[in-house]
Design a protein around this ligand. Structure first.
Ligand SMILES: [Zn+2]
Length: 251
């Protein structure tokens, strides 16, 4: 079920009837939209339980990323925020924040999908040191020249600023083959028609190559088991079960 589909609109109608409580309960709470629900919805292929918020469509990693941004006060310490290929739920939250608190918030993507600036992450139309916070989640696994992209993010980041990256991590060693261009082949090899690599734990080193000081952690572990379940932060059926936040700073 995708936002915009008939089923999705039906859920919207039921939500309206239930005044914010998804049919039966309040065991789950979405940190992004504030909605309380009995359960998060299954999502993905293969389908994983407790993934998608019935209210705003957010999934595990978007809720985790928002909690990190909010709990660590990243918006309070930022004036200019650049968000790559924004997920709708997080984008809506940041727009709301920008409106209320006068934050300068800019979205960008390679394709013209309603973002503020259409640009290639490897060559962006921004001055050096333009942003104090950059958010770039699940983008780099699509980019062949990824270190070039990281260097470009480094260039546009203010000294003292933070670039928050997320990439899907599987195993220890990164496997890539940028020569594979066929979508079906990519799906077979990398598990997704647009991915050019499978990032392993050694991938974090590349951010250092690009010039960043790097701190990597599974932020969900900052929360109690009860909170992990309530906010839907565990990625069921995946290894690792918690996504990594890659916090990169420029000195
Ligand atoms: Zn939500």
């Amino acid at each position: 079920m995708s936002p915009g589909s008939f089923l999705w609109r039906t859920y919207g109608f039921l939500r309206a009837l239930g005044t914010g409580t998804f049919i039966f309960g309040s065991g789950r709470k979405c940190p992004l939209c504030g909605g309380e629900f009995r359960r998060f919805l299954p999502f993905g292929s293969p389908s994983r339980p407790e993934s998608q918020c019935p209210g705003c469509g957010s999934r595990e990693r978007q809720r985790l990323l928002w909690l990190y941004i909010e709990e660590e006060g990243l918006l309070e310490s930022s004036e200019n925020v650049l968000h790559f290929s924004p997920d709708r739920a997080l984008e809506a939250k940041l727009h709301e924040y920008a409106k209320e608190d006068g934050l300068d918030y800019c979205t960008t993507d390679l394709s013209d999908d309603g973002t503020d600036v259409v640009a290639d992450i490897r060559e962006m139309p921004f001055e050096e040191s333009s942003f104090s916070l950059v958010i770039c989640s699940h983008v780099l696994e699509h980019v062949p020249d990824d270190v070039e992209a990281m260097e470009e993010v480094y260039r546009i980041l203010e000294p003292g600023g933070e670039a928050v990256f997320m990439v899907p991590i599987h195993g220890q060693e990164t496997f890539e083959d940028i020569g594979v261009e066929d979508r079906n082949e990519r799906k077979k090899i990398f598990g997704h028609p647009e991915h050019v690599r499978i990032c392993g734990e050694d991938y974090f080193e590349r951010f250092k190559e690009a010039g960043f000081s790097v701190d990597v952690f599974q932020y969900a572990k900052e929360f109690s088991e009860e909170e992990i379940e309530r906010f839907g932060l565990r990625v069921h059926g995946k290894d690792p079960e918690f996504e990594y936040i890659i916090s990169c700073s420029k000195e």
